[in-house]
Design a protein around this ligand. Structure first.
Ligand code: EPU
Length: 342
């Protein structure tokens, strides 16, 4: 029994992925309310066919045809559920557009999300890959995540500490992959604004505007402007944002690369390793602005692969593999994709 579930067949996903891949899903279910999650689990559909959850489609590469079920959270709602001792707990439903959620929080004086302004995607995806930008990550603000077990239908909250958040990863991408649906998230925000200006490019952009002590809105607007200067506008050029993760290498590897290329861009990590700027590695391999078939490397940020027109998932795979091989041959470092191939 599917209750009121709205299941569509042979559903076109062109408008549902920022890469702009003209894919078709065998089945598509949109979840408009919290009750739809339980109804979908009860229907057993998720146990009968493979499925994947498609939020804003901003971090995926789709095949021409997906033979399983695409689950699209579209439930909306933002509620202040508690406010005391300077802490605001704000619950947002999974289908809220992330950038609009950030904007809404700033307008209401709930702070802590300003550095994450303008990130494409949805609220439900934020804990899955621990989205991050300009010195902040979802893990800094996620208090708890509400999940529905796709086998038992059990619903419960998981605390942030259970999620093993790491750089662009969490258990939702790892051992919890496809075991739960996320229907809402509670964020721990603050009612006073303290700007986080630790990211150098951000502090520089603010200083250039004479904004040493920005308001929350000015900080978010500056973050959005810096993003827009580096990343393609998905409405104009298809992409999945950063396509690769910045690789983390040991001290010896960093010293080896630095000896050969003293200008390598790297940041020391807390455990003694080094995070290398993958954009720099790719640019050094000569890929910035180049294309392979209908997929290219963005000319303002080499970490971003772009759709030059009509590309397929297999075209993206070919370019990604070629870049990974070139970076490995030149630097002995194996890049990992941040974007997910479905
Ligand atoms: N760089 C180059 N050439 C390039 C690109 C970058 O030399 O073509 C070097 C520059 O020195 C630059 C440095 O790399 O200063 C870092 O570049 P940037 O500030 O653009 O950040 P990133 O490390 O390339 C990461 C995130 C972005 C996030 C920015 C800002 C990952 C995979 N990407 O990019 O996240 O917006 O930092 O915090 O960690 C995303 O995940 O989709 C995303 C856009």
């Amino acid at each position: 029994m599917n209750g009121s579930l709205n299941i569509k067949e042979n559903f076109k996903l062109l408008e549902y992925n920022t890469f702009g891949i003209d894919a078709v899903a065998a089945r598509y279910v949109q979840l408009d309310t919290l009750a739809d999650y339980a109804a979908l689990v009860r229907s057993g559909l998720l146990l009968r066919h493979p499925f994947f959850v498609l939020g804003g489609g901003s971090n995926v590469v789709l095949p021409d045809r997906y033979e399983g079920t695409v689950v699209h959270p579209a439930n909306k709602g933002i509620r202040l559920i508690d406010r005391q001792n300077g802490v605001c707990l704000v619950e947002a439903e999974a289908g809220e557009v992330w950038a609009r959620f950030v904007d809404h929080c700033i307008s209401n004086g709930w702070h802590g999300l300003e550095n994450l302004a303008g990130i494409p995607g949805t609220v439900g995806a934020a804990p899955v890959q621990n989205v991050g930008a300009y010195g902040k990550e979802a893990k800094d603000v996620v208090e708890r995540t509400h999940i529905v077990d796709i086998e038992s239908g059990e619903e419960r909250w998981v605390a942030a500490a259970e999620c093993r958040f790491g750089y662009r990863r969490s258990r939702f991408k790892d051992d919890w992959r496809n075991r739960f649906l996320i229907d809402r998230v509670v964020f721990r925000l603050a009612d006073t604004f303290v700007p986080d200006l630790g990211y150098k490019a951000l502090a520089t952009a603010l200083a250039d505007k004479g904004l040493q002590q920005p308001t929350a809105r000015q900080l978010a607007d500056t973050v959005t402007a810096v993003r827009d200067s580096k990343l393609p506008n998905p409405k104009v050029t298809g992409s999945a944002g950063s396509f690769f993760k910045n690789p983390i290498v040991c001290g010896a590897d960093y010293e080896r690369i630095k000896a050969a290329c003293p200008d390598v861009v790297a940041y020391a990590t807390a455990d003694g390793g080094y995070k290398l700027a993958a954009g720099w590695l790719i640019e050094r391999c000569g890929w910035k602005g180049r294309s392979l078939g209908p997929v290219g490397v963005y000319d303002k940020q080499a970490l971003v692969l772009v759709n030059r027109g009509g590309c397929k998932g297999s075209d993206v795979r070919r370019l990604a593999d070629t870049i990974i091989a070139d970076v490995e041959a030149r630097f002995g470092v194996k890049l990992e994709c941040e974007a997910i191939f479905v």
